[in-house]
Write a protein that binds this ligand. Structure first.
Ligand code: FE
Length: 192
């Protein structure tokens, strides 16, 4: 039996992070691992691909016991969109299904936020965020009639990290912890 794709990704990323790589290495070698994981959309179990009529869903797929990384499926119903937010750890966003648009924002002298370039992510594309360079963004489902799904990998357990949402006009910052929609995680050793 061939090993499941998610388990292979967990193993390979664990081995990479074991070497305490620079962010540049994470965003090259780690990014390639994520590109391999999302190259073919045939492995995400249905229960972690279910949209909610009102809110985009975040399903935990795996969390490293040493909090070095976490893997989350984001499932977006038509028109769903995040508020302006940061992460405080590196992140990679791999498009598995549908299409999303990510827009980085940059704080100005008057504290308001200005939008940078919007980046459309077709399936197979990996986008990044980093507190060192571009950590604040808005993500939305760019399809008005379809679910979109992306696999997010963060340099920590994102469901336990205190981070912020921002008012784009005033720059006002509010702390939040995102959490997960699922009560159980996938069985990596018994892939579909
Ligand atoms: Fe984000």
């Amino acid at each position: 039996m061939t090993e499941g794709k998610l388990l292979s990704f967990v193993k390979d990323l664990s081995l990479l992070l074991e070497k305490n790589p620079s962010e540049e290495i994470v965003f090259t070698e780690g990014k390639q691992l994520l590109e391999t994981l999302i190259a073919v959309d045939d492995w995400l179990p249905e229960e972690f691909a279910k949209p909610h009529p009102q809110y985009y869903q975040q399903y935990l797929l795996y969390a490293d016991p040493l909090d070095r990384f976490s893997i989350v499926s984001f499932v977006w119903g038509p028109g769903q969109k995040t508020p302006l937010h940061n992460h405080t750890v590196w992140g990679m966003i791999g498009q598995l299904r549908g299409q999303e648009i990510g827009t980085s924002y940059y704080q100005q002298k008057d504290e308001s936020f200005k939008a940078g370039k919007a980046c459309a992510s077709p399936p197979g594309h990996v986008d990044t965020v980093s507190p060192n360079t571009h950590d604040i963004h808005v993500v939305e489902n760019s399809l008005s009639d379809q679910t979109s799904i992306s696999v997010h990998v963060y340099g920590g357990n994102i469901g336990r990290i205190h981070r912020s949402v921002f008012d784009p006009v005033t720059g006002a910052e509010k702390s939040f912890v995102s959490g997960y929609a699922n009560k159980v995680v996938p069985n990596l050793w018994n892939p579909a």
